[in-house]
Design a protein around this ligand. Structure first.
Ligand code: FAD
Length: 379
């Protein structure tokens, strides 16, 4: 006899594992299928750290979702008896009229969030890791900090499994066949039935949803870790996490020394290089190293001179750089999550809740108008 699951989830990375945790905790019969293993090196969810911040420069309408995400992160920490979210502050540096600075301030003002605006002298006095140009300023988000991505994905899967979710690893879904009653799921080893399906396949989203191929673009991302010359300057507490607007040079992000590998930095979207998700990421090359080394030397004082580790990762960019979280048009049993565009991880704990709402009750009280098919594609 074929088991009919309430919800099947394809892809157990950040968003799929979060959905599994919420659905199973609500008593749904859940099947999760993952080609590889949790937070593997070809996914978008590895590399020790992810930024989280509340004063969202990208769009203030993300803030209520972030407030919910913080609550959900703390609830997961309590359930798992472990720490996933670490408040270390996030410093957002640039010219006063840059999007990162002005957008963060606008978001904080609109939502009554605490923040501090610091000039060059004050920033360099309090946080000696950073070097600002004349006329640059910094906005400190004191509630910002970082998440541990591998632990977060494993934690969500642990919650899901504890509530009875069936989780399959090393199994790839090759086809979805939605019909009026539900969805048939064909994998490399079996065939399943579910009333609803959530497609949370990150960089591979267009494989199962070909309509997204022209829009959801997997790109290569590179990050590197640098050994501080002065260990005290790079400690959490003396050095916040940061975002830095470099004008036409793009924007950079980074973390204080969270472990023996030191300070981690990357440029948002790196060189915007499209990749084929079926192939391994092209390895780190001299051009990548030159970009990150140059930033480290120019912008981080005594902190980041000696590169000790480097890795590649992948973003899945949508044209608006927002997320897509919606039903596939014409199919109210297929829910799509493409929540990356290089900034999705911090929302994992609320995206999981939205996906669970959509799969179980067909709607959500949480704001998701930014993420609709209609907004992205007019469908
Ligand atoms: C270097 C880097 C830095 C980042 N920094 C930040 C940050 O500071 N803050 C932030 O908020 N966000 C950040 N992001 C973005 C964030 O990490 C992503 O938004 C998030 O990880 C996306 O999760 P996902 O679940 O969509 O994809 P993934 O975690 O990649 O999960 C997709 C999963 O689906 C599986 N899969 C694919 N196809 C199939 C199939 N057919 N059958 C079964 N399984 C399948 C894959 O194996 C994979 O495990 C960063 C991303 C990168 C790469």
């Amino acid at each position: 006899m074929t088991i009919e699951y309430d919800v099947a989830i394809v892809g157990l990375g950040a968003m799929g594992s979060a959905a599994a945790a919420f659905l199973a905790a609500r008593g749904a019969r859940v099947l999760g299928i993952e080609t590889h293993f949790p937070a593997h090196a070809l996914s978008s969810s590895h590399g020790d750290s992810r930024l989280i911040r509340l004063g969202y420069f990208e769009d203030p309408s993300y803030v209520p979702l972030l407030q919910r995400a913080y609550q959900n992160w703390r609830a997961w920490e309590a359930a798992l008896r472990t720490d996933l979210l670490f408040v270390a502050g996030v410093l957002q540096i640039g010219k006063a009229d840059s999007k990162i600075v002005s957008g963060t301030e606008a978001s904080c003002k609109l939502h009554g969030l605490p923040y501090e605006r610091l000039d060059k002298t004050e920033t360099e006095r309090r946080f000696p890791a950073f070097k600002l140009d004349e006329g640059e300023v910094a906005v400190l988000d004191p509630q910002g900090g970082y998440l541990k991505p591998e632990a977060a994905v494993m934690g969500a899967l642990k919650i899901a499994a504890a509530h009875g979710a069936e989780l399959h690893f090393g199994e790839r879904v090759t086809a979805l066949e939605p019909d009026a009653r539900g969805v048939s799921i064909v994998s490399s080893t079996a065939r399943y039935r579910a009333r609803k399906i959530i497609v949370a396949t990150g960089a591979w989203v267009a494989d199962l949803v070909p309509a997204l191929r022209p829009y959801a673009m997997p790109i290569r991302q590179v990050v590197a870790w640098y050994q501080p010359q002065d260990g005290f300057v790079a400690q959490v507490g003396r050095m916040p996490c940061f975002l830095r607007d470099e004008g036409n040079g793009g924007s950079y992000f980074g973390f204080p020394a969270l472990g023996a590998d030191g300070v981690k930095i990357g440029r948002h979207a790196h060189f915007m290089e499209p990749i084929d998700p079926e192939k391994p990421n092209p390895p780190v090359n001299e051009k990548d190293r030159a970009l990150l080394d140059d930033f480290a030397v120019r912008r981080l004082l005594g902190v980041a001179s000696h590169r000790v580790r480097e890795t590649t990762c992948r973003y899945t960019m949508l044209p608006s750089e927002d997320f897509l979280i919606d039903f596939l048009p014409g199919h109210d049993n297929v829910v799509i999550s493409s929540a990356c565009s290089g900034h999705g991880f911090k929302f994992m704990s609320v995206v999981g809740e939205i996906l669970a709402d959509l799969a179980l009750i067909g709607e959500t009280q949480l704001p998701r108008s930014l993420f609709s098919f209609h907004r992205h594609f007019g469908a």
